[in-house]
Ligand binder design. Structure first.
Ligand code: ATP
Length: 300
């Protein structure tokens, strides 16, 4: 059996800003080729963890590795293997898009990178803007340039910190198509986002952070199965009957019943019939990641 190094290995990482504990002992291993989601409420420590991986902040204790390279003692190789799309749009406004990408290539000692730069620009629908000054681009275009910048050195591991914040729907779809293709081509993708629907469709595995600690870590499917309950919603002629049976009123005149197993629905419907509730409409709801997230954050 061959063992491959994990794309990312994070062991017992802590980080304080003054007295504030931003990371409280994080352990995480992300395999090569994964599409991994790092979720958490504002201030949970996601950006701090990404910054530590990129060598932008130094962890107090613990160890971080990218493709087997320690981010402190083997910084150059670790950084070379990592492409980070940061959350904040910070650019030198005087450069054109192409100049910026050439300069970024230079940071990694790569010359004559224009073929690859052209390919990235085309994939991100930025070809027409190659000669435009950064300051003339819209917010969404700037965000695409950030993605391009993270890819100039062809890193096997790509971390995107809320890449779709402030991006319109069409562009978001385009961006995800591109990131999915990168993943299919073998790149490891780590994504933080507050759009849980996106995380649910894209990520195979998810870690949830709360106050600097990993509070849930599993495949997306297992999280959906384990934490979230299904729901049955009914509209009835006699709501009082449904309410007595444990339903609760939700928007639109629906009464909602949570249930764990589908066998429970039969019983529930039988009891509604016995009580002459008069069901006029019914709707079954699948568990979604937003419910899981809320449940996890409240439980721990
Ligand atoms: N440079 C800094 N100096 C002081 N405190 C900081 C600094 N950077 C982050 N923090 C604090 O560390 C904690 C974790 O912040 P971090 O930005 O990592 O969270 P996050 O999960 O990325 O949040 P968001 O979803 O809002 O981006 C927060 O309480 C934040 O205020």
């Amino acid at each position: 059996m061959t063992t491959t190094v994990p794309a990312i290995r994070i062991s017992s990482v802590t980080k304080h800003y003054g007295r504030l504990q931003a990371l409280g002992g994080v352990d995480l291993e992300i395999r090569q080729g994964e599409f991994f989601g790092l979720l958490g409420p504002n201030g949970a420590g996601k950006t701090t963890l990404i910054s530590a991986l990129a060598g932008l902040v130094r962890a107090d204790t613990g160890k971080l590795e990218v493709m087997g390279h320690d981010v402190v003692s083997d910084y150059r190789k670790a950084r070379r293997n990592l492409g980070v799309v940061p959350q904040e749009l910070v650019f030198d406004p005087f450069f054109t898009v192409r100049e910026l990408l050439r300069i970024q290539s230079g940071y990694f000692g790569i010359r004559n990178n224009d073929d690859w730069i052209d390919e990235i620009l085309a994939s991100l629908d930025l070809t027409a803007k190659a000669a435009s000054n950064m300051r003339t681009l819209s917010g969404g275009m700037k965000r695409r340039v950030l993605v391009a910048q993270a890819l100039v050195h062809r890193p096997p591991v790509i971390v995107l910190d809320e890449p779709t914040a402030g991006v319109d729907v069409e562009l978001r779809q385009g961006l995800w198509q591109f990131v999915r293709k990168l993943n299919r081509d073998g790149h490891t993708i780590v994504l933080t986002t507050h759009y849980l629907e996106e995380a649910e469709t894209l990520c195979g595995r998810i870690a949830m952070l709360k106050a600097g600690k990993v509070v849930a870590l599993d495949t997306t499917q297992n999280l959906l199965n384990r934490f979230a309950t299904h729901t049955m919603r009914v509209k009835v002629a006699h709501p009082e009957v449904a309410l007595v049976l444990g339903g609760h009123a939700v928007e639109g005149g629906w009464i909602e019943f949570p249930f764990d197993a589908f066998a429970d629905i039969e019983q529930l419907l039988a009891r509604l019939r016995e009580g002459n509730a008069g069901v006029t409409e019914m709707h079954l709801g699948e568990p979604d990641l937003e419910r899981v997230f809320i449940e996890v954050m409240h439980r721990v």
